[in-house]
Design a protein around this ligand. Sequence first.
Ligand SMILES: Cc1cc2nc3c(=O)[nH]c(=O)nc-3n(C[C@H](O)[C@H](O)[C@H](O)COP(=O)(O)OP(=O)(O)OC[C@H]3O[C@@H](n4cnc5c(N)ncnc54)[C@H](O)[C@@H]3O)c2cc1C
Length: 385
Amino acid sequence: MRFSFTPEQDAFRQEVREFLARELPAEGLRHYEDGWITGFSPGFSRKVGARGWIGLTWPTRYGGKARGPMDRLILTEELLRAGAPVAAHWLGDRQVGPALLAYGSEEQKAFFLPRTARGEITFCIAMSEPAAGSDLAALRTVAIEDGHEWVIRGQKVWTSFAHQAQYCYVVARTDPAAPKHKGISEFVVDMRTPGITVRPLIDMLGEHHFNEVFFDDVRVPASALIGQKNRGWYQIASQLDFERGGIERVFSNYPLFHDAVEHARRRGLTRDARLRDRLARLMVDLEAGRLLVYRVAWLLSQGKVPTWETALSKRFGTELEQEIAEVALSIFGLPGLLMPGAPGAPLDGRPARAALYAPAYTLQGGTGNILRNILATRGLGLPAD
Ligand SMILES: Cc1cc2nc3c(=O)[nH]c(=O)nc-3n(C[C@H](O)[C@H](O)[C@H](O)COP(=O)(O)OP(=O)(O)OC[C@H]3O[C@@H](n4cnc5c(N)ncnc54)[C@H](O)[C@@H]3O)c2cc1C
């Protein structure tokens, strides 16, 4: 199959590249791996927002630009390819904004969407709990209705950006008597509300980006409910597709791949056929992963709902990201891993960091095993058990 971009799409890509070539050196953050997770720069996000590039696909009355999913994919691809620090707005743009657009009240849309689009709001997402990760519907945090308020009680874990976010998207059980998928609701909560405690979790890199979050009888107004009470599970399903189906599941460490190839070339390592072969295969896989993500955007632009397609692109892409980290580690410091007998060199921080971060790729946003389950059941129609 051959496809090409429209002249407008090519021009938009060029516009984004020029913006990044100008802004990133000024920010001093070029070539930042995992820029959508650890590249937290509210100032840069405001600049992206000022261009109208957050909430690009949202209606103009909510601060968006009413552009198509393909344009958004071109934009996000270029941001990640360049290693831009986009974490401060990524979850709002990718996930919470679309969830509010689909299910939020008019009041929620009018308040949150324009602010998110301007790059003023950082969201965190409090789904996972100590005993509810892959089996999210097992969550125990409750939200109890009390007059015109909800009282939230429970504990979340692995909550990225909870220490930096102004608002949190919280999933809680609102009908403990109902079957587990049927009594769940979604809320948007101001992180300044009394009763919320955020405790840092330090990852094995020694970095702090996720947290434990405790809700001790946190009172939020009735208006914090997103969509319908007890219908949260069905609302979440479409949101997870937004979470999983983007280019960030393929390109998180693209800058590292690019620099590893350059480094190998300069050091003469690419004279080794084994390394050339490995790099060529990674290149092919990067292109294949990119096309899987383009298919998701194409389905969205046709008004279709991707289901197993997002699981496929995330599974393929995140395992590839892990392989890139491994190959980069070899190229920068331990060529002997790939080419037995080749001399080693001291490791600098960047490839070591990438290798240590890599296990997260196939965990965050749903593990590889869970994605295989989705592919088996929804993609191939195999029985669930
Ligand atoms: C860097 C990072 C950032 C994160 N950020 C957030 C965040 O912002 N908000 C949030 O809510 N969560 C976040 N998470 C949590 C993430 O969504 C969970 O780690 C993930 O869903 C897995 O849940 P778990 O860790 O409880 O593992 P478990 O669900 O306990 O799984 C343990 C192992 O068992 C396997 N397994 C479990 N069930 C099945 C099954 N049915 N079939 C086959 N295998 C199975 C899993 O694949 C895994 O290998 C983050 C995680 C990471 C690593």
